[in-house]
Design a protein around this ligand. Structure first.
Ligand code: UN1
Length: 505
């Protein structure tokens, strides 16, 4: 049996262990490992999404009445299913989007972590009580579910990003319709099956999770557009390119819907003169080359202080030259394929632009013979922050620049349109604190002595400027999935008006 057939067989048997038989259709599901078609699935199109939205609207009317902690019980069962199927789901993610084994499994772990977080949250959907200026009055705020949440996700975290949204949306009392990336339909079907199994168990144990509570619609552009256009979708949570966000944001705003946008990043690190170089090297290597440079948090720009440039750069070059690129399912491989030829062409075009702008490229060669779109990661010494450096290229390219003054490096750090994640490597307390301060990094995530990628789910995840401003996952990100009502209760026998207004009739 050829390795191509083996991947397809494996993907379909994972699905069948989860009880999924994909409906055959016209959309190819491919593996970037070999470029082979695994199977074809049906495009449910705009009509599919519209039907799912209608069912979700109905489901929401019941689900909002289920107490929060009871909703949390559903998510607790979901985490159990994810634990039970972690190996299968992680492997399918690796097969379908090319993540190395530990990263495929890590993605499922991220799903488990958000479920655990959401279970606790289901008992902590707190509002404030507020001092009223009027006698015998009490003010408080209540948080209520908002309705149907539409989730549009990208190929690079094909299942975790959906789970961040869905685990929170469900405990908050909402219904969810998901349009996954068309490059990751099989992973989406498998992930959906884990939730479906949890729903079946929840209902068998006497729970009341209505039909249509969480639906997945496979499709191309039109299927996603239906979520954006429908006034019945209260919140559109969309992860992808800034170009996509520019289309989605204004359309949802025009109908006064809510948007949660997780768009492009152009994440940087500053390495100061006092940095611990062993730790820094490892932090940079994972952040820049991990996931083949296809995380929105991937390290793309590096500012090295002139005093460490000549020590750290050769070590970085050696790491780039020795990292194993290849089949992500093989042990020892750290860099798998790019998602497709388009991504590979984009990478090569960016490297050409970097050369034209005076950059010196180390690595970046196309790796042939494996079937998929493989390239060695590229380290590019740039004379300044110009050309492709200010754009996000979704590939393993790290642009390196030298600096002498920390404040000037900070200015350059912030002088790009994106604002997702950032790091400083230093043992100088002044540099570390300045980086985290109001005059420091302008990103939604700012780290010290770890790289910009690989965030835990406990913190709010997201960024500023062209990254879109959304926050998902930890902290109080749940508030995006709820509406706030301010309540004033008069327990007296008179009707004093606020601001001393008199209105005697
Ligand atoms: C993404 O690339 O869309 O912080 C999400 C990280 C991961 C999530 C990345 N936890 O790198």
């Amino acid at each position: 049996m050829s390795s191509q057939n083996a991947l397809s067989t494996e993907a379909l048997s994972i699905l069948s262990r989860l009880g999924v038989t994909p409906t055959t259709g016209t959309m190819p599901a491919r593996s970037p490992i070999t470029g082979e078609v695994l199977t074809h699935v049906a495009d449910q199109g705009r009509a599919g999404t519209e039907a799912a939205i209608a069912a979700a609207q109905k489901a929401f009317k019941d689900w909002r009445n289920v107490p929060g902690p009871k909703r949390g019980e559903l998510v607790r069962l979901w985490a159990e299913e994810l634990r039970a199927h972690k190996a299968d789901l992680g492997k399918l993610v690796s097969i379908e989007v090319g993540k190395v084994t530990s990263e495929g499994l890590g993605e499922v772990q991220e799903m488990i972590d958000i479920c655990d977080f959401a279970v606790g949250l289901s008992r902590q959907l707190y509002g404030l009580t507020i001092a009223s200026e009027r006698p015998s009055h009490r003010m408080m705020e209540s948080w209520h579910p908002i309705g149907v949440v539409g989730v549009i996700s990208a190929f690079n975290f094909p299942v975790a990003v959906w789970s961040w949204n869905t685990a929170l949306a469900l405990v908050c009392g909402n219904a969810v319709v998901w349009k996954p990336s068309e490059k990751a339909n099989l992973s989406a079907l498998a992930a959906t099956a884990t939730l479906d199994r949890a729903i079946a168990r929840f209902n068998a144990e006497g729970g009341n999770a209505p039909a249509g509570l969480a639906t997945t619609v496979l499709g191309a552009r039109e299927a996603g557009a239906a979520l954006v256009d429908s006034p019945a979708v209260a919140l559109v949570s969309a992860t992808g390119s800034t170009r996509m966000g520019r289309e989605v944001g204004p359309k949802v705003a025009a109908r006064f819907g809510r948007c949660l946008l997780e768009l492009g990043g152009n994440n940087a690190a500053i390495v100061g003169p006092t940095a611990s170089l062993d730790l820094t090297l490892r932090g940079l290597a994972f952040a820049a080359m991990g996931t083949a440079g296809q995380r929105c948090t991937t390290l793309r720009r590096l500012f090295l202080h002139e005093s460490v440039y000549d020590t750290l750069l050769p070590r970085l070059k050696a790491a780039y030259a020795s990292v194993k690129v290849g089949n992500p399912l093989e042990q020892g491989v750290l860099v798998g394929p790019l998602i497709d030829d388009g991504a590979l062409n984009g990478m090569q075009a960016a490297l050409d632009q970097a050369r034209a702008a005076g950059g010196t490229v180390h690595g970046g060669e196309v790796v042939t013979g494996l079937g998929g779109a493989y390239a060695r990661p590229a380290l590019v010494e740039m004379p300044s922050q110009t050309g492709p450096v200010v754009h996000e290229t979704f590939a393993p390219i790290l642009y390196v620049m030298k600096y002498s003054d920390f404040d000037a490096a900070l200015d350059l750090h912030n002088a790009v349109p994106q604002g997702l994640s950032s790091s400083v490597f230093t043992n100088d307390m002044r540099e570390a604190e300045a980086f985290l301060s109001a005059r420091g990094s302008d990103c939604g995530i700012a780290n010290v002595n770890i790289g910009p990628s690989g965030a835990e789910i406990g913190g709010a995840f997201g960024g500023e400027k062209e990254t879109g401003g959304g926050r998902e996952s930890g902290s109080d990100a749940w508030k995006a999935y709820m509406r706030r009502a301010t309540n004033t209760i008069n327990y007296g026998t008179t009707l004093p008006l606020a601001q001393g207004v008199v209105f005697d009739i």
